[in-house]
Design a protein around this ligand. Structure first.
Ligand code: 13P
Length: 252
């Protein structure tokens, strides 16, 4: 059985004290009521080491939102996969559309990052998704298929077992405009088919595919009810404990 997951992506929000308070609140909420899915929070680099002390020994997994495409050395301002790992984090988000669009992260760069993250023992939450014009031109499958192929298809099946996919249609991120449950299901089934084509049926059956984009407590249950949707990658609604918990509870 593949894993059901709700992961939060804090993006560039919350100072250290606010992040610590949110992590503590979530820890208490999930200690009081055990979640029916895996829960992960992905935070800015500056939060990781401190939040790791809070999440350690709890059901909450911890991840970074990015890592460098170089192993180590003179890359001022970058943070390596090994450095992320050393904080106690277990995951890293790679390929988020905001990184692709605003920081010029190409498929080649992402391939390097994925390889380094996996080599350093991190699990990768790899994001894919089309922009509005591509959806309107009915090119979403072509775009997402290429994103998968260009950054992931050289991995071994063993490496892929440490990858979680997140389908995030760019037009749904932070816009309040969620994909319909049917649109999510169609794309997730397509993605699973691409994984089956390159890695085989077993790998496709085992990989978790999350939906992201304006996911809220009010729509999570319907989206998660689709057979190929294994959970969510949550932005805005991950910044308030009650909202994030409301989405986690969609699995109850
Ligand atoms: P929102 O939930 O704010 O739309 O963000 C989704 C996202 O980009 C998660 O990575």
């Amino acid at each position: 059985m593949r894993k059901k997951i709700v992961a939060g992506n804090w993006k560039m929000n919350l100072n250290l004290q606010e992040g610590v308070a949110l992590a503590n609140e979530l820890k208490d909420a999930l200690a009081a009521e055990k979640p029916n899915c895996d829960v992960i929070i992905c935070t800015p680099f500056i939060h990781l080491a401190t939040v790791a002390g809070i999440t350690e020994g709890t059901v909450i997994g911890l991840g970074a939102e990015n890592c460098a495409d170089k192993e180590k050395g003179a890359y001022t301002g970058e943070v390596s996969a090994a450095q992320v790992k050393s904080t106690g984090a277990q995951y890293v988000i790679l390929g988020h559309s905001e990184r692709r669009a605003y920081y010029g992260e190409t498929a080649e760069i992402l391939k390097e990052k994925v390889n380094l993250a996996l080599a350093n023992g991190l699990k990768v939450i790899f994001c894919i998704g089309e922009v509005l014009e591509e959806r309107e031109a009915n090119k979403q499958n072509e775009v997402v298929g290429a994103q998968l192929a260009d950054s992931l298809f050289d991995l071994t099946e063993e490496q892929l077992s440490n990858v979680i996919l997140a389908y995030e249609p760019v037009w749904a991120i932070g816009t309040g405009k969620t994909a319909t449950a049917e649109q999510a299901q169609d794309m997730h089934a397509f993605i699973r088919g691409c994984i089956a084509g390159n890695f085989g049926e077993k790998a496709a059956e085992e990989i978790s595919i999350l939906y992201g984009g304006s996911c809220k407590p009010s729509n999570a249950k319907e989206i998660f009810s689709k057979p190929d949707v294994d959970g969510g990658l949550i932005g805005g609604a991950a910044l308030k404990c009650a909202d994030f918990k409301g989405i986690i509870d969609a699995w109850n």
